[in-house]
Structures are given as C-alpha cells and as structure tokens.
Design a protein around this ligand. Sequence first.
Ligand code: BGC
Length: 441
Amino acid sequence: MATESSTDPLPRFPDGFLWGVSTSAHQIEGAAGLRERSVWDVFADLPGRIKDGSTAAVACDHYHRYREDVALLAGLGVDAYRFSVSWPRVNSPGGLDFYDRLVDELCAAGVRPVPTLFHWDLPAGLDWLERDTASRFAEYVSVVVRRLGDRVGTWLTLNEPAEHTLLGHALGTHAPGGKLLFDALPVAHHQLLAHGLAVRALRAAGAGDVGIANSHGPTWPASDRAADREAAEFYDVLLNRLFADPLLLGRYPEGVGELMPGSAERIEADLKVIAEPLDRYGVNYYAPTRVGAPQGAESEGGGVRLPAGLPFSVHPIEGRPVTDFGWPVVPEGLTELLTGLGERYGDRLPPVVITENGCSYEGLDDQDRIAYLDGHVRALHRALEAGVDVRGYFVWSLLDNFEWAEGYARRFGLVHVDFATRTRTPKASYRWFRDLVRAQR
Ligand code: BGC
C-alpha cells in the first residue's frame, strides 16, 4: 500500500520476469529533417498547442546518440527495452537503417528489443478517420518486420489507442487536434482494425510474440449516488473496455458497436480480425480517475481536464500525494486494475506485461520517483500473489523527453536530459532501479 515503507525488502519476482524501460520515437529521437513529417510536427507548429512552444525537432537527439543511450540501458542492467518505430521515418530513405543499427546495438548489449509499431506519430497526410489507414499500417508493419524480424522476437502493435482517440481526436489537446467528441469513435475502430491486420502481417512473417500496449486505470465513482456510479461506469467502458473487449472477447461493449462506422456485417467481420489471439497484453498504468455525473461545466481532477457537454465529469482524488503533473499517486490502483482485468477476462487475458508506469518529478535526487516506483512494484507483486499472470514491468521512461502537449516541462526520466546540451545524467531513481534489477537476479 502507499503507506508501506520503502525500506522493507522488495518481494521476489518469478524467474524470467522481464525488467525494462520504455520510450517512444517522437519523444526522444529528434533528427526531424531525416524523416517525413508526422501529425505531431504539424500540430506543434500551430500556435499555443504545446505549452512551452517547443517541438520535437531535436528532442533528446537519440537518433544520433543512441549508442550512449544503449550504454545507459546496459548500465541499468535491464532485460528489455521498449522503444517505438517511427512510421514517418520508415517512409523516408534510410529510415529503417536507423532501427537496424539500434537493434544491433541492443542485441550486442544483451538487451531485448521490444518495438512498438505506432506510438502516436502518424505520418502527416494520413488520418485515422479513414478506414484505409488500417491497411496502410499493415503494409508498413510488413516492411518493418521483414527487416528487423531476424533479431526482434517481441512486437507491440499500438500504444494507448484510447488516449490517442480521446486526446487526439475527441478533445483536441493532442495531435491531430480533432474535437469530435463521440464522432471520434471511428478512430478507435480503425486503430483496432489496424492492430488486427498488423498482427496478421507479423504472424505471416513468422513473429511468435505479439501484443499491444493499452492504457488502463480504475475508474472510481465520485460518490455512491446512482448518477455518479452510472457516469463512472460509462467512463470505464471508454477507457478500460472499448479496446480490450474487442481485442480479447471479439465484441464491443454493449451499445458501442452500433456507433462504429459501416454496416453491422462489416463490423462483425472486422471484429474477427481485431480479435486475433495475442501472446501478451501490455498495460500502461499511471493513476485511477474519479468520475461523476456531468455538471454542465468544465471539470478537472487528477490532472485530467474535460469540457462541458460530456456524459461525465472528473474530480480530484483527495488525500494523495500528486506528481508534478498533478496525477495522484495510487499504487494499489495497479493491483485493483490487474485483478479486475483478471476477473473480467479470465482465461481470455494473455500474460500481462506492464508496458508503462512512471511519474513526472523535477530533480536529480528524485526520491519521490523512487517512492512512486517502489510502491507500484510492490502493488504489482500483490497482483501476482492474487493470481494474475504478470510477466514484466517497464518504467516510463529511460530519458526526460518531449512530453507531448506539455513540451519539455514534465520530466519522466530515470536519466536527466539537459535540453540545451543534450547531456544525460542518471538520477537517483536510475541507481535505485539498477539495484532492484540486480537484486532480482
Ligand atoms: C504515453 C507516453 C507519455 C506518458 C506520460 C503515456 O500515456 O504512452 O507517451 O509520455 O503516458 O504522459
């Protein structure tokens, strides 16, 4: 629990449990001149969209400094590194060569490469509102797996399609900036279809270990009132079931399928593609959300802000420490969420890997981050004890990076990056995680 002292020894995880860290291409690579533009480049050029007015044109300059970053991974002693492949880079001459070099470097350092094939940086000109984007994605995935498949064993298709749909297309706070509210639902369906087609493309190329990274978090009703409970349930459908139900059960939650684009027959046929069996299920967890009935005005809580006009509102979770982002620190939410997934999906739930968990705090002596991660690792162990099959844990993130609409103002890294010089400096949390991984060997 949050109150548990971090001086107690950490519990022992099963042999073979995968310890890793995550990043994404757009947030760290830079070298924007060596790739096509993505929707995020277009978005960042619009005035006022990125809080500090920055762009990801250089970011951590990982494209040129990847050797230094792989050395940091080796120093950390992690088993695996989750990064993402930039579709706009792969579309550009020589772009795939970069991932070739990165994968070679990782293999030489004994770190397992775990690429995510889409982490929000859609090539500019493509649009998830168009069904055809799903087929284009599968073509791109075929190109990547043909090139890297001899050294990459584990693949993740999409990162957090729920956040991408909600923030990018329903609310407009992320690229491409659509404010379509519920008219954004086709974006969800097309990403799911893209996932299913990508799984088929990966299998056709012989890939044996395929998954997805979905965001999940407990949804807590603001009170016991029926109106609050109903609103929270609806929010839960959108965050926790809209993607997981079709992926794992082959159907949309009640009332949602009808809102998807195309005839019922076509959606049924698509669901067969979407529900291709997976080898692992990635879960990104940051915090729970407290949700209540609509209140006819904007609402804000736990770092989430929602406009008026939605069938729910968000509320602060009281009595908890918060990160610099304003997100509440609730480690036991991870246990609750994982046991809940186990109950909901039973033997349809593939082995779970926590593909992201982390927090934003300033400073090199980041004791708050250590406390956050310590609490979440313990909470994860409790889920294992409760019988959930969890096989790995990846910290978000290796490096401070371009935190989307927040620009460089939020620091999630185990390693500090000075954005004037791109100098990397490991934080106290880097040493803490290194010691944790060593102690688990
Ligand atoms: C995303 C990351 C992001 C992190 C912190 C996740 O939703 O996958 O790209 O940096 O959260 O906001």
